[in-house]
Design a protein around this ligand. Sequence first.
Ligand SMILES: [Zn+2]
Length: 235
Amino acid sequence: MKKVLLFGIFALLLTVLAGCGDILPEDNRPYIVTTTGMITDITKIVGGSFVRVEGLMGPGVDPHLYKASESDVEKLAKADLILYNGLYLEAKLEDVFKQMNEQGTPTVAVTGSIPKEFLLDSPSYEGQYDPHIWFDVELWKYAVQGARDALMKIDQEHELEYTKRADSYMNRLDDLHKAVIDKADDVPLKLRVLVTAHDAFGYFGQSVRIMKLLDYKVFLLSLKQELKTFKMLLT
Ligand SMILES: [Zn+2]
């Protein structure tokens, strides 16, 4: 009796396992490779369950210095679409992106449609624009549109879904922008001074009207002079 029962369970298990193999569908959804976490987020939000998204850079990774590893190149080679920030943020990946584009993979900078008059000059590289767009929520909406348009181009079937999802996310960004401005308004204008170790906050400073952005390095170099400036600003 016991043997029969065991055999029965074994047979059942085999059937279940075989069934699993049979029903696992091949995942034909577009495979999108993204660079920074911010771009991974917007692609997942706009793409929803219609796409597979893989981000190359985890939290805390510096996009300016990021180099493609062997496994990154493999992912990029398999991608149906590559989404990156552009404006020279991913400086060390630009050549790889160019190569991928030449090989026929659509490679799109999500900041590509921002009108040039909204862009700030890069404080670090002459002749380049400041790439830290995501700190101004209003401007980041262009990146959402960039991701949406790129998705629509490679997957026309779900055009309507991508449009709806992008619209609803941009509404949320409008609310966020208002919340950021409201919070900033708690700080009197003359006290809006930001001291930073990295010149990433130009767009943020502009959007919340920070009067002065002091780069930490500059601040250290000329401590005396900057203290004077501080005192002037705070009185
Ligand atoms: Zn930066």
